[in-house]
Design a protein around this ligand. Sequence first.
Ligand SMILES: [Fe+2]
Length: 218
Amino acid sequence: MLRDVLLGDGVALTPAGIRFANPRTVKEMKDVMLKPSESSEVVYEVFRDVLPTHSNALRVDLTVLRPGLLPDGEYARTHGHKHPEGPWGRPWPELYCVLSGNGTFLLHDDERAYLVEVKEGDVVGVPGEMVHILVNTGDKEMITCNYVSKLFKSDYEYLKKRGGPAIFITKEGIVYNKNYNVKEVRTCSPLPLSVDELVLSYSFKPPEEEWLVCEPYI
Ligand SMILES: [Fe+2]
């Protein structure tokens, strides 16, 4: 169904209707970059709520991330955020699918960082307590969809307070952010958490918050 989405310039015709892009520019990311920049260039666009779902609490978004480098030498990437805890005491999870392109998911907390190399068709389960950032290390647009609850607000301040993510992925290699204690970066395969584990985490939610009731695969 997501393959039926028609992407235009800042607009998308989706199974849920016409959606307009939420663009993120370089200067809107200056607090989380290696070196701040006032560039107005758009790095990525998000189209929200692009699929009709079986649950009012579930949202499916599309992200279109351009290739190339940011002015600070990083590969183009999303701002990044983490999720708060749900009422069942664990952070809200999220599921990402890569629709086209290839790149890297950066998942990290204060001490751990994981790089998940992804290509078209891969699925990544995101533990909500970890910062998640999509990095386009390929040479064409990267398009992903994400399945996430509408019942919480993502935390962007965590990254802003620390001057960006735990590591910066640049053309020259990884640059560590001194505001974290990450000493080792691990690479792992898509789905670093199994779907079973994700389902398990969903099982902690109250029944009225059954936000992942539609098929999570494209
Ligand atoms: Fe998220």
